[in-house]
Design a protein around this ligand. Structure first.
Ligand code: MLT
Length: 410
């Protein structure tokens, strides 16, 4: 029989969201007439912007003609989309990023896992705790960790606790780590980072020759012009960071699939012999070999997000979800919960009432309010005692969910 990748056997239970889906299925099978409100997985619910739909329809029509047909596209993405991204998301905000440094893909989740392909397996990796589980699980799958201990933390990974004491901002290590995953606005806590805080990370990374993997999938939800939307707004980041971005949450592309990763040409790692190696070259090589690009139709849809009309529609979507977040925050505060996030992020992070653990709170919410959320412990040991509610749902459902949650006696 064929040998399997035994690293997968180290993984704890299921991936968080399928595990929630499994529990929810158990509940709905036993209670088939009950309608649940889902504020668990951060999946958008509002329709795709008309500008994007129109652009995709036009692209489909083009594909039906000899002149407009497109076969394989460039593995890195079409030039016109990469240019639009470089100008709108970076150059207009003063970031020195050009189109060549942008790699269009089908998702940040895939990219943040695939990036390990071009990084050595001896790197000391740091993640926050709690954390988006993909960063941890992809390291486990790639054999970059040992076994999980009692609280589910993997040997070989360094966990940087984030909690209310440190304002959900990890302390900068006082020793060397090679690879650091940062996510701002943060999933799951909804915390944001200031320029000063990110500058400290960038300085650390440059002093230590470390690499920051910066997940900015939620940047569009930042409501203040003073907060950085990209790590490349920070001096020195071109020498130490890779950024992941997505059209999933801002333009509703979770089911349409389009994202991008920014790898500056000025970013270097070292070979085992100590020779400097350009990471852009390796990622370009990796993508050209293992990826055939995103469909022409979808890239035209993504490009449309940068049109005047597209920007207007996206800003409407963000406002809508952020109003949901504000309702969730206010109602929870009113009901006496300790609440974090939800001001520059579509996630509200709450402390569970005394004595109830994260999965216990999940069960109570499911049974008593028929609301699905995400247990904080699913994001790491330090997430125990917390719970995440997502603002991605209709206004009606959010209001109903909050009415029901407010009534529960814990
Ligand atoms: C989440 O709920 O954390 C996100 O939906 C996960 C993702 O974007 O992959």
């Amino acid at each position: 029989m064929v040998q399997v990748n035994c690293n997968y056997l180290k993984l704890k239970a299921g991936y968080l969201f399928p595990e929630i889906a499994r529990r929810v299925k158990g509940f709905t099978s036993a209670n088939p007439s009950v309608e649940l409100i889902r504020l668990g997985i951060g999946d958008v619910t509002e329709p795709l912007p008309k500008t994007c739909r129109d652009a995709m329809k036009k692209a489909i029509e083009e594909m039906g003609t000899l002149e407009g047909f497109h076969g394989y596209g460039p593995e890195q993405g079409y030039r016109w989309l990469r240019e639009s991204i470089a100008i709108n998301d970076y150059q207009e905000r003063g970031c020195e990023i050009n189109a060549d440094e942008i790699f269009v893909s089908d998702g940040s989740k895939c990219d943040s896992s695939n990036i390990l392909d071009v990084l050595g397996d001896r790197n000391k990796v740091a993640v926050t705790d709690p954390v988006y589980p993909v960063y941890v699980d992809s390291n486990v799958m790639a054999g970059r960790t040992g076994e999980a201990g009692d609280v589910g933390q993997y040997e070989g990974l360094e966990y940087l606790a984030i909690n209310e004491q440190n304002n959900f901002q990890a302390e900068i290590p006082d020793h060397h780590v090679d690879l650091i995953y940062l996510c701002f606005p943060n999933n799951p806590t909804g915390a944001v980072a200031t320029k000063e805080y990110l500058q400290r990370w960038v300085d650390y990374a440059n002093q230590n020759e470390s690499l920051i993997l910066f997940d900015a999938a939620y940047e569009a939800f930042i409501r203040s012009n003073h907060l950085p939307r990209s790590i490349f707004e920070i001096n020195g980041a071109r020498e130490c960071a890779i950024e992941f971005r997505s059209f999933s949450k801002n333009a509703g592309f979770t089911g349409t699939r389009c994202a991008f990763t920014v790898v500056p040409k000025t970013l270097y790692g070292r070979s085992v012999d100590g020779e400097k190696v350009q990471i852009w070259n390796l990622w370009n090589r990796r993508q050209s070999t293992k990826f055939n690009g995103v469909s022409y139709i979808v890239q035209r849809g993504a490009e449309a997000t940068y049109s005047v009309e597209g920007k207007k529609e996206i800003s409407g979507l963000i406002d809508f979800y952020m109003e949901n977040a504000a309702i969730i925050r206010q109602q929870l505060l009113h009901a006496g919960f300790q609440v974090y996030g939800g001001e520059h992020a579509p996630y509200v992070w709450l402390k569970t009432p005394d004595g109830i653990d994260s999965w216990g709170f999940f069960d109570q919410l499911l049974q008593k309010a028929k609301v699905v959320g995400t247990p904080g412990s699913g994001f790491g040991a330090a997430g125990e005692g917390y719970f995440r509610l997502s603002a991605f749902n209709s206004r009606e459902n959010v209001e109903k969910a909050m009415r029901l949650i407010s009534k529960i006696k814990f």
